[in-house]
Design a protein around this ligand. Structure first.
Ligand SMILES: Nc1ncnc2c1ncn2[C@@H]1O[C@H](COP(=O)(O)OP(=O)(O)OP(=O)(O)O)[C@@H](O)[C@H]1O
Ligand SMILES: [Mg+2]
Length: 265
């Protein structure tokens, strides 16, 4: 004889609690009510139940990552306006967010002028990786070099390099804004060398590769660094206007455009 619906519901709740699925547990009554009324099919109900648990799990992973990874903000692909930046190939960015590059320990380098979304996209890749359960870490180049310099002074360089080699994804943001001294460049090289072919690094820079020698203060080291980085690498070259300045686009419009507007043409 079939168990009464109320008993089965109670058992379902017990099983979800036993399996430690609080997201599904919270959603189960609402989903069952929809299923009972015929509003959703059985497979839709199961899909909704599992989705509720996955959403909760991903949120928890993201919160944990926000505490440990030093990510400066939550930026996701959902909030990225591709129409504002037509030089970006949407398929390339979406395919990177499927995270195959992490499995293959490939790098991603985002290049472009200020405000075009380099940090936004680097963070959204890190968040996708964190939600998939991977360890991620974020630093500007200056902050990472500072932490390596401190570790070296304290005799802990190897340990610090190991810690920074561990995450499946490391973001190195803002290569090019602050000059790096020779010691800093050596430490950065050691970091990239340690991660090379082991784990993925996502880097951003406002400078083309030909200028990295100047940034790092050493052409030969920059060449060796770029050689390693480009060995297995996806390059996202962004050309366009700053999103920060989007309310002031008229300041950048050539004078003849303004004339045309005045003419009404
Ligand atoms: N296409 C976009 N759609 C939505 N928001 C965007 C877009 N591009 C940039 N932004 C937002 O604009 C701000 C500046 O972008 P971001 O910090 O990614 O620029 P950046 O390329 O890293 O610049 P910088 O070189 O100055 O560090 C951020 O708040 C970011 O979320
Ligand atoms: Mg930035």
């Amino acid at each position: 004889m079939k168990a009464p619906a109320g008993d089965r519901r109670a058992r379902l709740r017990e099983m979800l609690a036993d399996l430690k699925m609080p997201g599904a547990l919270e959603a189960v009554d609402g989903i069952l009510a929809q299923a009972d009324s015929g509003a959703v099919t059985a497979s839709e109900a199961i899909e909704e139940l599992l989705s509720a648990q996955i959403v909760l799990r991903n949120n928890r992973r993201l919160q944990a990552a926000m505490r440990s990874s030093r990510l400066p903000a939550v930026k996701t692909l959902d909030h990225f306006d591709f129409s504002f930046q037509p030089s970006i190939k949407r398929e390339q960015i979406e395919s990177l967010h499927e995270l195959g590059f992490l499995e293959r320990a490939e790098n991603v380098i985002l290049l472009g002028p200020p405000g075009v979304g380099k940090t936004h996209l680097a963070i959204s890749l890190a968040i996708a990786a964190a939600e998939s359960g991977r360890k991620v870490y974020y630093g500007t180049l200056a902050a990472l070099i500072e932490s390596l310099t401190e570790a070296k002074a304290a005799g802990n360089l190897l340990r610090r390099l190991r810690v920074l080699t561990h995450p499946a994804l490391l973001v190195v943001d803002e290569i090019g804004y602050l000059p790096i001294n020779q010691d800093g460049a050596v430490l950065f090289f050691q970091l990239i060398n340690a991660r090379h072919e082991r784990a993925s690094t996502v880097l951003t820079s406002n400078k083309g590769f030909e200028e990295w020698g100047g940034v790092l203060g050493d052409e030969i080291m920059a060449a060796a660094l770029i050689d390693r980085l480009l060995h297995h690498c996806h390059i996202v070259n962004i050309r366009g206007n700053s999103y920060r300045m989007r309310a002031h686009q008229d300041l950048f419009r050539p004078a003849h455009d303004e004339r045309r507007q005045e003419d009404g043409s």
